[in-house]
Design a protein around this ligand. Structure first.
Ligand code: GUN
Length: 292
C-alpha cells in the first residue's frame, strides 16, 4: 500500500458521492443545496480559496452566491449581509472567509450566522456541540482529516494522537473529534509554549501539524511508522516557479518520508479534503440531516 495519503483522490470520491446525492435530492425533493460566500477585502490567497470553493459548488450541482465586498465595509454592513442570507430559503450554508479585516469583530460576525447554516462549524453552538459529542456541523479541515483516516482504514482505537496547534479552526476541533468513540484516540494538544515539543511529538502514532510554519516538523520529531497529517499551507519564495512562490506544508516531507508509516502531501493532502467536506456539510444542511 502506498505511504502517501492522497487527499486529492479521496476528495474526488467524496465530491462524486455529493454530486450523485445532490441529483437525487433535486429530483425527489426539489431542493438544490445553496451556499453563500462572503469575502471582505482583497487578500489574494483568500480570493483564490473562495473561487475554488465556488467552482466546487458548481461541479457538485449546488447553487452558490459570492458577495465580495470591499475591505473597508462596516461591521454593520457585514451583519446586514449575514442576516439577509440567514433568512434566504435558497441558502442552506453561509461561509464568511477568514481572516476578516482588522476593524471587524470576527467573533460578532461568526455569532451572527444562523448556527443551522454554519457549514464551517465555527459558531459557538456548533463548537460546543462538537465538544460534548452532539450532532453538529464539524469544521471542514478536522472533518477532512478524520475522513482521510477513516477511508484509509487506519485503526485509530487506542492510538496516541498529538496535535501541534491549538486554533479554533483546526487544533481544538480535531482534538474533540479524535476523542469521540468512533476514533477513541488518546489526544495531546501542543502549542508554541509547550516545552520540549519533540519529546511529545515523537510519541505520536498520529501527528497532526497545524502551526503555519513551513517545514517545521523534521524527522527527529516523529515516531517510526507513524501517520503524519500536514495541515500547513505556507507560501514560500521560489524563484523557479512562474508565480515566484511555492506551497509548502508544516512538515519537512522529504526529511520525514522514509521514517513515517503514512503521510499527507502538500499540496494534494488535507487542502482538497477541506473543500470536499464543505460540500458534504452543505448537502447535509440542505437535507436537514444535522438540524431540522
Ligand atoms: N480561512 C482559512 N480556513 C478557513 C475555513 O475553513 N473557513 C473559513 N471561513 N475561512 C477560512
Amino acid at each position: 500500500m502506498s505511504k502517501i495519503i492522497d487527499g486529492k483522490e479521496i476528495s474526488s470520491h467524496i465530491k462524486s458521492e455529493v454530486r450523485s446525492e445532490t441529483e437525487i435530492l433535486k429530483k425527489e425533493k426539489n431542493v438544490t443545496p445553496g451556499l453563500a460566500f462572503i469575502i471582505a477585502g482583497e487578500d489574494p490567497a483568500s480570493r483564490v480559496y473562495v473561487k475554488n470553493k465556488g467552482k466546487a459548488c458548481d461541479e457538485a450541482g449546488f447553487y452558490s452566491v459570492t458577495e465580495a465586498v470591499p475591505g473597508d465595509i462596516t461591521e454593520s454592513g457585514l451583519l446586514d449581509l449575514i442576516r439577509r442570507f440567514n433568512s434566504d430559503e435558497k441558502i442552506h450554508g453561509i461561509l464568511v472567509q477568514l481572516p476578516l479585516p482588522a476593524h471587524i469583530d470576527q467573533k460578532k460576525i461568526i455569532e451572527a450566522i444562523d448556527y443551522k447554516k454554519d457549514v464551517d462549524g465555527f459558531h459557538p453552538v456548533n463548537a460546543g456541540k462538537l465538544s460534548i459529542g452532539d450532532k453538529c456541523f464539524i469544521p471542514c479541515t478536522p472533518f477532512g482529516i478524520t475522513e482521510m483516516l477513516r477511508r484509509k482504514n487506519i485503526k485509530t482505537e487506542g492510538m496516541r494522537a498529538v496535535i501541534i496547534g491549538r486554533s479554533n479552526i483546526v487544533g481544538k476541533p480535531v482534538a474533540s473529534l479524535l476523542l469521540r468513540p468512533e476514533f477513541n484516540c488518546t489526544v495531546t494538544v501542543c502549542h508554541s509554549r509547550t516545552p520540549d515539543l519533540k519529546s511529545v511529538t515523537s510519541e505520536a502514532d498520529i501527528l497532526i501539524a497545524a502551526i503555519g510554519r513551513a517545514d517545521f516538523v523534521k524527522r527527529d520529531f516523529i515516531k517510526e511508522g507513524s501517520v503524519i497529517i500536514d495541515v500547513g499551507i505556507n507560501r514560500t519564495e521560489d524563484k523557479e516557479t512562474k508565480s515566484g512562490y511555492k506551497i509548502t506544508g508544516d512538515v519537512d516531507y522529504k526529511d520525514c518520508f522514509d521514517k513515517c508509516g503514512m503521510i499527507t502531501p502538500v499540496p494534494g493532502g488535507v487542502g482538497p479534503m477541506t473543500i470536499a467536506m464543505l460540500l458534504r456539510n452543505t448537502l447535509d444542511a440542505a437535507k436537514g440531516k444535522i438540524y431540522d
